[in-house]
Write a protein that binds this ligand. Structure first.
Ligand code: ATP
Length: 349
């Protein structure tokens, strides 16, 4: 069981600017007073007693902490410490200052497939590592793929937010209907047992979007999106993939496979010819093909707008009450904002 420090976090750290908000709390830059080093602090409100649905079930945070403690990899956000004080848990995490991968890409004039591959490869390495430890993320989406330093020649990917992650034990059947409609696999919708392959589906969706600026299953409503996923209703429309290599499409097709057992694993993905070319022809194709930047910029602008409207939910409407009882009750961030948010509002107005 994770050891939580009982000291007041503010005795040891100076609390700085807001970096981001999630459904259950906020992430702020913090500075360790003793060393002067900078970190990210995730401040989570937890339920003080059972039956009180305001806040996050502390067991869920403990699960997230235990999972993060088991993971040490260059492409996965590191956890330093955890503080518990009253109804607040504070995770002190590696500060990731390069922002989201998709925002970084959207700022570029153009991007070659070979550059996109460098990012997908790192995601595969991070995910492959967690799968080797029998840990699955279950919430891979653009918001959870960040960069440590966007000015580096090849920025380093950092996978964040292990709030839905789970350690699969042998013989266990784990089901969940949490996730964001666009990125969830068919087995999530049909409430079948999940597996590491569930993460691989999401990598397929992320790659499809990165190359085309289109979301493969996006419908006009969440219901339609889910229907498209279950019906495997997607294609590579020429107008959205004008300069995409065949190897890239093959990589995506091997991930967007309905049967989990037939889906490409992270290890296999790293060895796929799109990622690791085994002929000069493949290598040249990667440099010749580029991503659909105009469309990608549009996609990213829409995504950011939706996020700012708080329209993307961690737990979609598929969530039934039984599931909510097992994990935590998601609630409107607005209701849960702490006094720190109030301060932000005051300084912003
Ligand atoms: P969600 O409701 O999506 O589960 P959450 O409450 O679990 O969110 P995170 O997704 O972990 O919180 O973080 C919220 C936001 O804070 C992220 O989208 C990101 O912008 C920012 N953030 C998280 N971790 C870090 C970090 N280590 N360094 C810098 N920024 C971070």
């Amino acid at each position: 069981m994770a050891a939580f420090k009982m000291e007041n976090v503010e005795d040891l750290y100076e609390i700085g600017d807001l970096l981001g908000s999630g459904h259950f709390g906020q992430v702020r830059e913090v500075r360790e007073k003793a060393s002067g080093s900078r970190w990210a602090g995730k401040f989570l409100k937890v339920q003080k007693n059972e039956g009180n649905h305001m806040g996050l079930d502390s067991r869920r945070v403990k699960k997230e902490v235990e999972i993060l403690q088991a993971l040490q990899h260059d492409n996965i956000m590191a956890l330093k410490d955890v503080f518990e004080s009253g109804a607040e848990l504070v995770l002190i995490m590696e500060l990731i200052s390069g922002g989201e991968l998709f925002d970084f890409v959207a700022e570029k004039e153009n991007l070659l497939e070979s550059e996109a591959i460098e990012f997908i490869k790192q995601i595969l390495h991070g995910v492959g590592y967690m799968h080797s430890k029998h840990i699955t993320h279950f919430d891979l989406k653009p918001e959870n793929i960040m960069l440590s330093d966007k000015d580096a020649p090849i920025p380093q990917i950092k996978i964040i937010d292990f709030g839905l992650a789970h350690r699969l034990t042998q013989g266990e059947e784990y089901r969940s209907q949490c996730g964001t409609p666009q990125y969830i696999a068919p087995e999530v919708i049909s409430y079948e047992p999940l597996s590491p392959a569930t993460d691989m589906w999401s990598i397929g969706v992320i790659t499809y979007i990165l190359l085309s600026g289109m979301s493969p299953f996006q419908g006009d409503s969440d219901e339609e999106t889910l229907k498209n996923i279950v019906g495997m209703n997607y294609e590579f429309e020429e107008r959205y993939f004008p300069d995409t290599s065949e190897a890239a499409k093959d990589f995506i097709q091997k991930l967007l496979v309905k049967d989990q057992n037939m889906r490409m694993t992270a290890e296999e993905g790293i060895l796929h010819p799109w990622i690791k070319p085994f002929s000069r022809g493949h290598a040249t194709d990667r440099k010749r093909s580029s991503i659909n930047m105009k469309n990608f910029k549009k996609f990213n602008a829409r995504r950011k707008w939706k996020l700012s409207c708080n329209m993307v939910w961690m737990c979609n409407r598929l969530n039934n009450l039984q599931l909510l009882r097992q994990t935590a009750v998601p609630m409107n961030v607005e209701k849960e904002k702490s006094h720190r948010d109030q301060e932000d509002k005051q300084t912003n107005t």
